[in-house]
Design a binder for this molecule. Structure first.
Ligand code: TXA
Ligand code: MG
Length: 325
């Protein structure tokens, strides 16, 4: 066993050197920070699973800097997929296609498909352009915990597991990419995320949506209790306030309006102007913040309007509040 203390900075040359040496580097994207390694180097990829304590049946997304580079790793790119990514890459959408043999089994957990995306962040795009290989990168959090949206979040949880944290500031979108499978006749959204279903459908027509993707074999990582912070988190709607003697032990994550009776400093409003994009951007840092406040025992939250990025927010809230028994 060895412990490394991550350096944090904006030096892509240094990040590149670590990646070429088979080490782990945390990278900023517009969605969340990723924990990256050379996707074509099994030994390097194995370090990702170890650092995150992630089960090997949960496959990784392969990141590249352009659509042209994707063809090295996948069989054929259907027209609809091409149309989608030509319009939205670099951006918060991942596509699932049949893989070529060059992609190691460890990356795809032995599946014959691979998830690929071009993230939209200038530092990471420059880094990817400078590399000879693609980057496999899950979100840079310990398995089952909330995804990081700032370099400091990565440092706090995985700082002794990565060689370098490329600091690209706060993630602009704040929830993970939308995953769209093109493995079958009709495109299917396997994970709601940073690109709204409405925007996808406006471009390529109707898609199927796995709303209850908790245990689908198609996306093995989508366990129900994903995105949970350490504390108990419950829905406001249905919560029994009569069993609470001290309201300062409650924290809330609300959409646009605070609850009465609970101290204001315990409450996070996701968007005062009821803007779903802003709410998505603030969701994960709100969970972290309240999880870390020692006086708060229970976090209460609520669903937001179920359209646009609200669907991805509600999906994360549903998982975070899922019964963990
Ligand atoms: O926004 C994002 O997508 C971020 C940034 C870093 O790019 N990445 C991310 O990765 O959220 P991760 O590993 O936390 O979530 C990827 C999800 C997992 O639930 C995994 O099961 C699914 O993608 N996935 C990856 N490859 C797959 C495959 N071949 N078939 C089905 N699901 C796959
Ligand atoms: Mg994740």
């Amino acid at each position: 066993m060895y412990a490394i203390v991550a350096q944090i900075g904006t030096d892509i040359v240094q990040a590149k050197q670590f990646l070429e040496a088979g080490e782990l580097v945390a990278i900023p994207t517009e969605t969340v920070y990723g924990l990256a390694a050379n996707a074509l180097n099994e030994e390097a990829v194995a370090k990702i699973f170890k650092a995150k304590n992630r089960p090997s049946f949960d496959p990784l997304i392969v990141h590249v800097n352009s659509l042209e580079r994707v063809s090295q790793f996948v069989e054929e790119i259907p027209e609809q997929a091409k149309k989608l990514v030509s319009n939205y890459w670099p951006g918060p959408v991942t596509i699932l296609l049949r893989k070529k043999a060059i992609v190691p089994d460890l990356v795809t957990s032995g599946l014959d498909s691979v998830a690929v995306r071009v993230p939209s962040h200038p530092l990471t795009l420059d880094l990817l352009a400078s590399l000879e290989f693609p980057l496999a990168a899950p979100s840079a959090n310990p398995f089952g915990y909330v995804s990081p949206t700032e370099a400091a979040h990565v440092e706090a949880q995985l700082g002794n597991q990565v060689s370098y944290i490329l600091d690209g500031g706060t993630c602009r979108v704040g929830v993970e990419s939308t995953i769209v499978s093109f493995l079958h006749e009709k495109p299917r959204v396997l994970r709601l995320g940073g690109l709204a279903v409405e925007d996808i459908e406006a471009l390529i027509g109707e898609v199927e949506v796995n709303e209850h993707s908790s245990s689908t074999p198609a996306a093995p990582g989508m366990l129900k209790s994903h995105y949970s912070p350490g504390k108990s988190i419950e829905l406001i709607n249905g919560f029994d306030f009569t069993r609470v003697s001290d309201f300062s032990e409650l924290g809330t994550i609300v959409f646009d309006t605070m609850l009465k009776d609970i101290p204001a400093e315990n409450q996070v409003v996701l968007s005062k102007s009821a803007n779903l994009d802003e709410a998505a951007r603030n969701l994960f840092s709100a969970l972290r913040l309240l999880d870390q406040k020692p006086n708060i025992k229970t976090i209460l939250t609520e669903y937001v309007p179920n359209h646009g990025l609200g669907r991805a927010i509600n999906d994360r809230i549903k998982r975070a509040t899922a019964n963990k028994d």
